[in-house]
Design a protein around this ligand. Sequence first.
Ligand code: 6GU
Length: 250
Amino acid sequence: MDFYILTLFPEMVKQGLHTSIIGRAAENGLLNIEAVNIRDYTLDKHKKTDDYPYGGGAGMVMSAQPVYDAWKAVTEKIGRRVRTVYATPQGEVFRQEHAKEFAGEDAVIFLCGHYEGVDERVLEEIVTDYVSIGDYVLTGGELPVMVMIDAISRMVPGVLSNEESGRTESLENGLLEYPQYTRPVEWNGKRVPEILLSGHHANVEKWRRQQSLIRTAARRPDLLETADLCNDDHKFLSLYQKQGADAYNK
Ligand code: 6GU
């Protein structure tokens, strides 16, 4: 899958995406991640890429021309128009479903804004998706774009090893993940839950499911509204809500 990132800070996104699992996938040729410097496309003699907002107000606005020409160069290189994502707190909030959906594309262009925004006219011309990563304000779109590319990339077939993708993960089944433990069996006076040492696979699975339910109820109760729960799950949750930890062994 090809990712093109239009940015004023290409080094930032290159640095951020060349390590760990995403870096390995890029090295293997499964992903192609190209950072395109918007400044390279400005026609301004001082290489300016922004200007004062019409109507007044604080801050600067990124000019339409360099953004459009950078996007056009990338689009011509790809050979067709592809989905173009503008990272903005005014967008739809990015979720796991978006990650899966974008992973089905062959190529996606991301536009990182800065300053007080980007001239609306170029956004109207090129942007297909307005996407936010949450309700807080960041200084630019680079970090959100790195977040989105990481989440999309791990959904691209082959990017995760069998071992990495075999794990049932947080949010995949609509619930938070159960707690994990590794050696030693006792650390800081705390023992690993006995059931995990029992070797009884079915009991371990049941315990993990219950832990996921407890954790989701405590930390993200909103997820329970849409999670895929069976009769046993509902029974366990109502018992747990009445009896607390005594519900485990029922
Ligand atoms: Cl996608 N961009 C910016 N600049 N700030 C954000 C954001 C995106 N999502 C949350 N805050």
